[in-house]
Write a protein of this length. Structure first.
Length: 424
C-alpha cells in the first residue's frame, strides 16, 4: 500500500499539460504521457496500460531503460525549475500492475483491428525491439506475421546487450510472450545470408521488414588495435565470452550506455580497476546520467578529455598511450569538438581494452543488393522502403538513433507504411 501511495504522489506531481512537451518533443514513441498518468491518479491501471498500448508494446522495458532525462523527463515542464515527473518509473509501474492482474496486450481489444487483410503475409527479419514492435503493429492490423530470428530466442539487444542488473530477463520474456500472443509465428535459428535468402522470402511474402540490427563494434583505427586483449564492447555483451578479469586493469573506450554496461559488467566480474576513457567532458557524454552515477558508485574510474594515441604491447595489450584534449567550438557545429593538446602524451599500464564507440552493420549486407548510405547502413526513404520493392528496413540497421525507444518507433512507423502499401 505504501508503494502505491508513493506512486500516486508522483503521478499527482504531473501538471497534465495541454501542450504535452514530454510526449510530443521528448518521447520518440509519442506516448500520451499525461493521459496515462491521469489514469494512475485514478488508480485505473488497465486504462493507463491501454493508453500506452496505442503507441508502444514495450512499456515494461522502456519504463526501465530509456534515457529518460534525455527524452521524456528532459522535456517535462516540471523539470524547468524543479525535478521532472518520474515518467519512466510510472510507466514501468503500470506495466507491473497489469501483469499482476493477468492483463495482456491482446486484451486491449479496442486497439486491435480484427478485420483481417486477407491472405497478406509479412516476414520480419530480426526479433529485437524494432522487429518485435513492427511485428506487433502488423499483427494488430490483421496481417499474418512471421519473425525470422538467427538465435534460439527473441529479444536481440534486450536479451544480450543489456545486463541483468539493468533489465530483468523475466520482464523481457513476459513482454515477448505478450507480443507473440497476437498471433505471430517465429522461426528460430534462421540467419539472412546463411540459411535464409532474401529472394526466397520475396517469393513467399507480400513484404519483408529488415530489423536485424547493427552490432559490429566500430574500431578507432589506432596502432595496436589487433593485439590480443582488445575487444569490441558490443560483441562482449552479445556473446558473453569474457576473459578472466581478476586482478586486471581494463580500459573501456567510449561514453555511451554500451560503455557503461561494459564497464559495470567487467567490474562485477572481478577486474581490479576499470577505467572509462572519453575524449570529451562528462557534460558531453551520451550515456544517461543515472548510468554514469551508478558506474561511479560501483568503483569505475573516469578519464575525461583523453584520447587514445596507440595501444602498446608485443603480442598482447601492455600499455595505452593517451593524449589530453581540449574542447573548442567550431563554426557550424552544435557540439564542442575535442582536439589533442600537443605534447601532453603519457602512458598507463593496461591489460585489456574494450572499444565501445558505436556499431555498424555486418559486412554481409553488402551482398543483399540493397542501396547503402555513406555510413554503410541500408538506405531507406520516408516510407522505410529500401531500394527493392516490398523490402523495408528500420532500427539502427537503417541508421535510426540507437536507443530502444527509437528502434521501437521505427518498427511501429514502418509497420504503418507496410499496412498502407498492402491495402493498395
Amino acid at each position: 500500500m505504501q508503494e502505491i501511495e508513493k506512486i500516486i504522489e508522483k503521478a499527482n506531481y504531473c501538471l497534465n499539460c495541454k501542450l504535452k512537451p514530454c510526449s510530443e518533443k521528448g518521447c520518440p514513441l509519442n506516448n500520451n504521457i499525461p493521459e496515462f498518468i491521469k489514469y494512475i491518479k485514478e488508480e485505473n491501471y488497465i486504462e493507463a496500460y491501454k493508453v500506452l498500448s496505442k503507441t508502444t508494446v514495450l512499456p515494461g522495458i522502456c519504463g526501465r531503460i530509456c534515457p529518460h532525462q534525455k527524452q521524456c523527463q528532459g522535456s517535462c515542464v516540471r523539470g524547468i525549475k524543479n525535478n521532472p515527473v518520474s515518467i519512466g518509473e510510472l510507466e514501468a509501474f503500470v506495466y507491473d500492475k497489469v501483469k499482476e492482474k493477468g492483463y495482456h496486450l491482446i486484451d486491449c481489444v479496442d486497439h486491435i483491428n480484427k478485420s483481417k487483410i486477407k491472405n497478406k503475409k509479412v516476414a520480419v527479419i530480426g526479433g529485437g525491439p524494432c522487429g518485435l514492435t513492427a511485428a506487433a503493429f502488423l499483427a494488430k492490423n490483421g496481417i499474418k506475421v512471421t519473425i525470422y530470428e538467427r538465435y534460439a530466442y527473441l529479444g536481440g539487444l534486450l536479451m544480450y546487450g543489456i545486463p541483468e542488473f539493468r533489465l530483468s530477463k523475466q520482464i523481457i520474456k513476459t513482454t515477448i510472450n505478450d507480443i507473440l500472443n497476437l498471433g505471430i509465428e517465429v522461426k528460430y535459428n534462421k540467419e539472412l545470408g546463411n540459411n535464409l535468402s532474401l529472394q526466397q522470402l520475396q517469393d513467399e511474402y507480400d513484404a519483408i521488414f529488415l530489423a536485424f540490427g547493427s552490432n559490429v563494434s566500430i574500431k578507432m583505427g589506432v596502432e595496436g588495435e589487433n593485439l590480443n586483449g582488445v575487444y569490441g564492447g558490443n560483441e562482449l555483451l552479445e556473446y558473453n565470452m569474457h576473459p578472466n578479469y581478476n586482478g586486471k586493469i581494463v580500459a573501456v573506450i567510449g561514453g555511451g550506455n554500451v560503455a557503461m554496461d561494459c564497464a559495470r559488467t567487467i567490474k562485477r566480474l572481478g577486474a581490479k580497476e576499470v577505467i572509462i576513457i572519453y575524449r570529451r567532458a562528462r557534460e558531453q557524454m551520451p550515456a544517461e546520467d543515472k548510468e554514469i552515477e551508478d558506474a561511479i558508485k560501483e568503483g569505475v574510474t573516469f578519464l575525461y578529455q583523453n584520447n587514445i594515441v596507440k595501444i602498446l604491447g608485443k603480442k598482447r595489450v601492455e600499455q595505452l598511450e593517451l593524449i589530453k584534449t581540449k574542447l573548442i567550438k567550431k563554426e557550424g557545429e552544435t557540439r564542442l569538438i575535442p582536439i589533442n593538446i600537443e605534447n601532453s602524451n603519457y602512458k598507463i599500464n593496461m591489460d585489456y581494452v574494450v572499444m565501445a564507440l558505436g556499431s555498424k552493420p555486418q559486412d554481409f549486407i553488402k551482398t543483399l543488393g540493397l542501396n547503402l548510405n555513406k555510413w554503410g547502413n541500408i538506405e531507406i526513404n520516408e516510407d522505410y522502403q529500401t531500394s527493392k520493392k516490398n523490402i523495408y528496413a528500420g532500427g539502427d540497421l537503417a541508421g535510426i538513433k540507437g536507443t530502444v525507444a527509437w528502434a521501437s518507433y521505427s518498427g511501429r512507423e514502418a509497420a504503418k507504411k507496410i499496412v498502407e502499401k498492402i491495402k493498395e
